[in-house]
Design a protein around this ligand. Structure first.
Ligand code: GDP
Ligand code: IMO
Ligand code: MG
Length: 472
């Protein structure tokens, strides 16, 4: 059922993009699925690869996608899902995701894979794991999926495109040329070909000139939902460099990654977790609860996974929910952050790592408005039910002065302290479907946030399920 407010929001729109205005994991999957099921004919991803973990929940059932667009469960209705030219694709990982669909009897007849996307090869994964993954040993804490090395080869003009997989001569030539850049890896063309040929065969029927296809769909008047990956502050252009991913997940990089122009997009919706936010991996996070202690603790990764936290911070036993609420209301900011992580289930969809938690940063959102436009979606608002108060960061303090503009300089961001305004907390809001019924403290915070950032909140998400959604 399409609500009146949703009908108004999409009125006269042909291309809508869902991007993240924070550090990823804000609910792009939920909203790509939402627009796929209620509106779009075509769903296209434009950046990143299987570093992404996009969760959708339909009738209480959860699915996580890494490479496939989150509209894939709508395939049987004839909806087209596209892996765009800006993506980096691990074909083995892609085939594993397709096999998952097969097990669940979900069709993918209308899937399209760009012939121009780059291929993540085994040596990219090995190099990424050796150099970037472990935060403990000073790496940036990448997802270890080979993303950085693959984009590096793309930029250095020696990458392998999907189309190259179908031309043995070109592939052999390229692989033999690439060898010198990975001297420690003993790359052998014949071995690579043997290992990858089942995957190459499986994806072949879906490989297309997707740039041509998407323009055809546009000209036919089909409704297109562009699904962003990662987040603006992980962008190679706008993020907290060098603690970033290697693509540009802003609306510009995302549109270009599906073969469109950002100006073709009629509505960009930038997602913000509110009133708390998260980051996974290393890098500055000015409003992090517990500061450096939280960053170091989360850097331990799976050693501090959900089971560890339940055991250590809740001490096992009954009354789990009450104990989590107690932690969320702790006077100790680090423990408060742990409480929010437990309450909101903030553990990586791809790596299961604990996500660092902190108050939503309006300074970052103000910058995001400049790049991704003024329309916001707030997600996970329900997760903070039970917190007596919540904070929003409206300034970055350095040497006694307050800065309200974001500067993408990792070192500088590490030194600042957040300036937080507190609001009255709220109880369960997951059943609310009308904006005016939201609690007063929350509405006040939304109003202040809009005024500070110049943005406008169009949608409020009050649960993981597709329709636990308020369109304003
Ligand atoms: P993505 O990478 O942006 O697609 O986000 P992830 O899937 O990595 O993480 C978002 C998590 O929050 C998933 O577990 C979603 O099911 C869940 N989620 C999304 N929106 C909401 C919401 O409004 N409330 C709650 N409680 N969970 C949500
Ligand atoms: P979705 O699409 C959250 C982070 C990693 C690391 C940095 C670089 O689910 O929101 P990479 O493997 O890309 O080279 O890692 O970026 N990162 C993400 N964090 N959500 C994501 O994707 C992410 N993709 C990458 O944790 O800090
Ligand atoms: Mg995610």
């Amino acid at each position: 059922m399409v609500s009146n407010n949703l009908a108004k929001l999409v009125e006269n729109k042909q291309i809508i993009a869902i991007v993240c205005n924070q550090f990823g994991d804000t609910g792009k999957g939920k909203f790509s699925d939402y627009f796929a099921s209620h509106w779009a004919d075509v769903i296209a991803r434009g950046t990143g690869g299987n570093n992404a973990g996009h969760t959708i929940v339909v009738n209480g059932k959860q699915k996580i996608f890494h490479l496939l667009p989150s509209g894939i469960t709508e395939d049987s209705k004839g909806k087209i899902n596209i892996l765009g030219n800006g993506m980096v694709i691990d074909i083995k990982a892609l085939c594993e995701e397709l096999e998952e669909l097969e097990k669940e009897d979900i069709s993918y007849n209308n899937l399209m894979i760009s012939k121009d996307a780059h291929v993540i090869m085994p040596w990219h994964v090995s190099q990424d794991r050796a150099k970037n993954m472990s935060q403990k040993s000073g790496g940036i804490g990448s997802t270890g999926r080979g993303i950085g090395p693959c984009y590096a080869d793309k930029t250095a003009r020696r990458g392998i495109k999907i189309a190259d997989l179908f031309d043995k001569e070109v592939l052999e030539y390229k692989i033999n040329k690439i060898k010198q850049f990975y001297p420690e890896q003993n790359i052998d063309f014949k071995k690579v070909l043997k290992e990858s040929s089942p995957y190459i065969k499986k994806i072949k029927p879906f490989v297309k000139n997707t740039i041509q296809e998407i323009h055809k769909f546009k000209d036919q008047g089909k409704k297109i939902c562009i699904e962003g990956a990662q987040g603006l502050f992980l962008s190679i252009e706008h993020g907290t460099y060098p603690y970033v991913t290697s693509s540009d997940p802003s609306i510009n990089g995302t549109a270009s990654g599906v073969g469109l122009n950002a100006q073709d997009v009629d509505l960009t919706l930038g997602i913000i977790k509110f009133p708390f936010m998260t980051r996974v991996g290393a890098g500055p996070f000015p409003s992090e609860l517990g500061g450096q202690k939280s960053e170091d603790y989360c850097a331990e990764g799976l050693e501090h996974d959900i089971n560890y936290e339940l055991k250590t911070h809740l001490g096992g036993g009954d009354n789990k929910k009450e104990k989590i609420t107690e932690l969320m209301n702790s006077q100790d900011e680090f423990l408060q952050g742990v409480g929010i992580r437990l309450a909101a289930g903030e553990y990586g969809a791809t790596t299961k790592r604990p996500r660092r938690t902190g108050w939503t940063d309006a300074v970052l959102a103000k910058y995001a408005r400049k790049i991704n436009g003024p329309h916001f979606i707030f997600t996970k608002v329900d997760s903070l039910a039970g917190a007596k108060k919540f904070g929003i960061c409206y300034g970055h303090k350095l040497n006694g002065s307050t800065i309200t503009d974001y500067d993408p300089n990792g070192k500088f961001l590490k030194q600042i302290k957040p300036e937080i305004k507190f609001y009255e907390g709220y109880s369960d809001i997951s059943k609310i479907r009308d904006f005016k019924d939201l609690p007063e403290g929350l509405k006040q915070a939304i109003q202040d946030f809009e005024q500070f950032t110049g943005g406008k909140v169009k949608i409020i998400s009050v649960g993981p399920d597709r329709d636990e959604t308020i369109v304003r």
